[in-house]
Write a protein that binds this ligand. Structure first.
Ligand SMILES: Cc1ncc(C[n+]2csc(CCOP(=O)(O)OP(=O)(O)O)c2C)c(N)n1
Ligand SMILES: [Mg+2]
Length: 337
């Protein structure tokens, strides 16, 4: 079973509640995610990226659309995974700090101690991924419970892969969140594979959203390549959670267009499957929508792209010029005193 294609119909009228400016902003984040990753691939090939590079190519709409549905005025929070660069950007991580972090440079958020998107900023509302799959959910349950005890209105959004949704940590976290009716939204990004294992070889359910029934929570399934559909479904889940309704499990059906990481040539993925999903590219699809509804002109989209490219030129130059950390700094911030 490869993910059944749940394609939502192409929208032909402007979104009823998002303004033109907001929809341009969504385009900015989709494009920024794509172009930043392209810069990272370049740096990786020059051996300037330390560690692995995990692309979100083809999945950008899931990360961007869901994070865009959160509300900063309530201090909502995300727990991203490796393929949620777009969500990190939406919530406020900057391309410059991400480039520094991928290159483990002196002025990176973790000063070279960790890599990729493994860093946190509670003020901006993101916690760093834990490598152990599934564990972000129990951690976010703790944050959500703590917030509720302090009578805060925060909603916590947790990202999971299809593979992660087969772990014990996922089951424990779902059950705890469900029984406590925590203000948690879980997005399972069903991208067809976990490493080289197709979804059908690591779970027996046809639709991941059906797992919601077993935990007694709301479930919704969405076309993960339709950024506005992802936004709508997440917005509903966030409002439901904030009103005290508890957890929603969202299955976003999408596809991993690259291997697990840059070293993986994904020869195990059928070519026809890649071609079929390439035709559903989330960025092109959103571009078509903006142009066909008259929400943007080609010149406006080009101007957004040019702005991003100039910003990335500066940020890449800055990150490349930044030195590696001093070896002695490895001991800083390790002990409290
Ligand atoms: C508990 C645990 N088991 C195995 C791994 C090794 N591992 C890292 S990523 C990955 C595949 C993840 O697949 P999925 O959850 O579908 O996310 P995707 O990479 O497709 O986004 C595995 C097996 C791990 N990090 N944690
Ligand atoms: Mg997967």
């Amino acid at each position: 079973m490869s993910p059944e294609v749940v394609e939502s119909l192409p929208a032909t009228v402007p979104h009823p509640s998002l303004s033109r400016e907001q929809q341009h902003e969504i385009y900015h984040y989709l494009k920024l995610t794509r172009l930043l990753e392209e810069r990272l691939v370049n740096l990786y090939r020059q051996t300037k990226v330390v560690g692995g590079l995990y692309r979100s190519l083809g999945q950008e709409a899931t990360a961007v659309g869901s994070a865009y549905a959160l509300d900063k005025s309530h201090n909502d929070m995300i727990a991203p995974l490796i393929r949620d660069l777009g969500a990190m950007l939406v919530i406020g991580a900057t391309p410059r700090e991400l480039l520094l972090q991928y290159m483990a440079k002196r002025d990176s958020p973790t000063r070279g101690r960790d890599l990729q998107i493994h860093f946190a900023d509670l003020r901006r509302g993101f916690i760093g991924p834990i490598s152990h799959l599934g564990d972000m959910l129990p951690v976010m349950c703790g944050i959500a419970l703590g917030s509720r005890l302090r009578r805060e209105s925060r909603v916590c959004l947790v990202y999971m892969g299809d593979g992660a949704s087969s772990t014990g940590a996922f089951a424990e976290g779902m059950n705890f969140a469900a029984v406590q009716r925590l203000p948690v939204v879980v997005i399972v990004e069903n991208n067809g594979y976990a490493y080289s294992t197709p979804t059908s070889r690591q779970m027996a359910v046809e639709r991941i959203v059906d797992k919601a029934v077993g935990f007694g929570v709301r479930g919704e399934r969405v076309d993960g390549n339709d950024v506005l559909a992802v936004y709508d479904v997440t917005r509903r889940a966030v409002e439901h959670a904030r009103a005290g309704g508890g957890v929603t499990l969202i299955e976003a059906v999408t596809f991993r267009m690259k291997g697990h990481a840059e070293h993986d040539d994904q020869r195990y993925v059928p070519k026809e499957l890649l071609a079929a999903w390439a035709a559903k590219d989330p960025l092109q699809r959103y571009e078509r929508y903006l142009l066909e509804t008259g929400l943007a002109t080609p010149d406006e989209l080009e101007a957004i792209t040019q702005r991003i490219s100039r910003q990335l030129d500066d940020d890449v130059a800055f990150a490349e010029a930044n030195p590696m950390p001093e070896p002695a700094s490895a001991l800083l911030d390790v002990y409290a005193s």
